[in-house]
Write a new protein. Structure first.
Length: 450
C-alpha cells in the first residue's frame, strides 16, 4: 500500500516537474528573443545525425537477424516442387531485400545530407514525367515476373494429377485428421454427408449397406421416426407444448431426410461399392512413399481447416461442402531427413493452419516417408491384413514400428531392408511379434518442426 502511494507521488511530482521545465524553457526563449518554435541549427544537426544512426541500427539489426535465423528458416524442402517453391521464395527475398536497402538508404541518407543550412533555400521540384515513368514501369515489370513465376508453380501443384498418382483423402474435423487411401483400385469411394454416423461411418462413405443402415437408424433408431411418432401419439406421455413443437419439427426434418435417403438408395449402383470397400483409413500417422506422386483430396466435416505440410511446402484449405486438391511428390524419406538434419527423432508433420477452435493446436498428424519396398509392404498389410504365426493380427509390421519407435529397436537401423528379395511381406508375416499398436503421437512430437 505504502509503495503504491510512493509510486503515485513520484508520478505526480514528475508531471509537475516536467510542466515547470517547459515553462522555464519558454521563458528562456523569450529572453533570448527567439520564437518558442524556432529550431536551432544544433537541433537540426542532431536530428540529421539521428536519421543516419537509425539507418545504421536498422540495417545492422536486419543483417544480424538474417545471420541468426537463416535465410528462409524452414530447413530443406522434402518434396519435388518444394525446391522450385524455395527458389521462388529466394527470388522474392532477393528483390524485396534489395528494395528495402535501396529505399531506406535513400530516405535516411538524404535526410542527413540535406539538413537545413542557414541561407540555403529548399529546391522546388514539383514534377518529372521521366521519374514517374521509371518508378511505375520498373516495379510493374518486377511484379509481373514474380506473378508469372508464381502462377506457373501454383498451377503445377493444383493441376489434375496424372493417373499413376496415388489418391489419398484427408478428412478434417475438430480436432483431428483422418486419411483415407484409395486402396487397390486407386479410386476413392463416394461419400454423402447425409450418411454420417459418428461411430460407424464417420467419413460418410456411400455403399449399399451404409445407405440401408442410415435408413434403418433414421426409421427405427433410438431417436428415429418410429420412436418420435409413438411419443407424439401416446396419450400417456405428458409433453409441454414447447416439447411437442420441437418433436414435431424434428419429425418433419427426419421425414424429409429419409425421403432423400430412399432416393439415394434407388439411384445407387451397387457395382461401385467396392470402390469404397477397398479404401483403408488411418489416423495419427500418414505413410507416404518416396518418389511417388500423391493427389490429396481434402474434406472438412465442420469448419474451415487448413492442411499445412511445412516440410513439403504445401498448404490447402479444407472447406465444408467441397473438395479441394493438392498434389506433391515426397523426395526424401524420414530416415534420410533425420540424417541430413542430424535430429534423431525428427518427423514430418501435417498441421492445421487455420484457427479452427479451442483445441486447434492439437490438430496434427505425423507423416512418415518410406522407401518403396517398405511402403508397398505397409500398403499390402493395410489392404490385405497380415496374421502373425501365433494368430494375433499385426496391423503394424515390425519395420514401421521400428521407424516410429527407434528406442525399442536400439540395434536395428530404422530403414527399409537393403535387399528387396527379402520381401517385406515375409518380414512382416514371419516378423517379430508386434503388438498391433496405434502409434502414440505424444512420443513422436517432432523435435524441430520450426
Ligand atoms: Cu483445424
Amino acid at each position: 500500500m505504502v509503495t503504491k502511494l510512493i509510486i503515485l507521488l513520484v508520478i505526480v511530482l514528475g508531471v509537475v516537474a516536467a510542466a515547470q521545465l517547459m515553462r522555464l524553457y519558454e521563458l528562456s526563449a523569450k529572453m533570448r528573443k527567439e520564437g518558442e518554435h524556432d529550431i536551432s541549427r544544433r537541433d537540426n544537426r542532431l536530428n540529421a545525425g539521428l536519421m543516419l544512426a537509425f539507418m545504421i541500427v536498422l540495417f545492422g539489426g536486419f543483417i544480424w537477424l538474417m545471420v541468426q535465423y537463416g535465410w528462409v528458416g524452414r530447413g530443406e524442402a522434402a518434396s519435388v516442387h518444394g525446391h522450385e517453391l524455395d527458389w521462388l521464395l529466394n527470388l522474392n527475398f532477393v528483390i524485396v531485400i534489395a528494395v528495402f536497402f535501396l529505399c531506406n538508404f535513400l530516405l535516411f541518407f538524404y535526410a542527413w545530407k540535406y539538413v537545413k543550412k542557414p541561407g540555403v533555400p529548399a529546391y522546388y521540384f514539383p514534377h518529372d514525367n521521366k521519374l514517374e515513368m521509371v518508378w511505375t514501369v520498373i516495379p510493374a515489370i518486377v511484379l509481373a515476373v514474380i506473378i508469372i513465376f508464381g502462377l506457373r508453380s501454383w498451377n503445377s501443384v493444383t493441376d489434375q494429377a496424372p493417373d499413376d498418382a496415388v489418391v489419398v483423402e484427408l478428412f478434417s474435423k475438430q480436432f483431428d485428421w483422418t486419411a483415407r487411401y484409395s486402396g487397390e483400385d486407386n479410386k476413392l469411394g463416394k461419400f454423402d454427408y447425409k450418411l454420417t454416423e459418428d461411430a460407424k461411418n464417420e467419413l460418410a462413405l456411400m455403399t449399399t449397406e451404409s445407405i440401408q443402415e442410415a435408413i434403418d437408424s433414421m426409421q427405427m433408431g433410438l431417436k428415429g421416426i418410429d420412436n418420435l411418432e409413438s411419443q407424439l401419439n401416446d396419450r400417456h406421455i405428458m409433453l409441454t407444448p414447447e416439447d411437442r413443437d420441437a418433436k414435431r419439427k424434428d419429425l418433419g426434418n427426419k421425414e424429409k431426410l429419409i425421403r432423400l435417403l430412399h432416393q439415394m438408395k434407388a439411384k445407387h449402383d451397387s457395382k461401385i461399392d467396392k470402390q469404397a470397400l477397398d479404401d483403408f483409413i488411418v489416423k495419427d500417422t500418414l505413410y507416404l512413399c518416396k518418389g511417388q506422386e500423391y493427389e490429396f483430396n481434402f474434406r472438412s466435416k465442420d469448419v474451415i481447416h487448413s492442411a499445412y505440410f511445412p516440410h513439403f511446402r504445401a498448404q490447402m484449405n479444407t472447406v465444408p461442402g467441397q473438395t479441394t486438391r493438392f498434389k506433391f511428390t515426397p523426395d526424401k524419406t524420414t530416415t534420410e531427413m533425420r540424417e541430413s538434419r542430424g535430429v534423431e527423432n525428427f518427423n514430418y508433420v501435417l498441421y492445421c493452419n487455420k484457427i479452427c477452435g479451442g483445441s486447434h493446436y492439437k490438430m496434427k498428424m505425423i507423416i512418415v516417408v518410406l522407401e518403396k519396398d517398405a511402403y508397398d509392404a505397409w500398403a499390402a498389410v493395410k489392404m490385405n491384413g497380415v496374421k502373425n504365426a501365433d494368430g494375433t493380427y499385426a496391423t503394424v509390421p515390425a519395420i514401421f514400428d521400428a521407424i516410429q519407435h527407434p528406442e525399442k529397436y536400439p540395434t536395428a537401423a530404422p530403414a527399409a531392408p537393403e535387399d528387396p528379395s527379402e520381401g517385406e511381406t515375409e518380414e512382416a508375416e514371419g516378423g517379430e511379434a508386434v503388438e498391433p499398436v496405434e502409434p502414440e503421437v505424444a512420443a513422436l512430437e517432432p523435435e524441430n518442426a520450426e
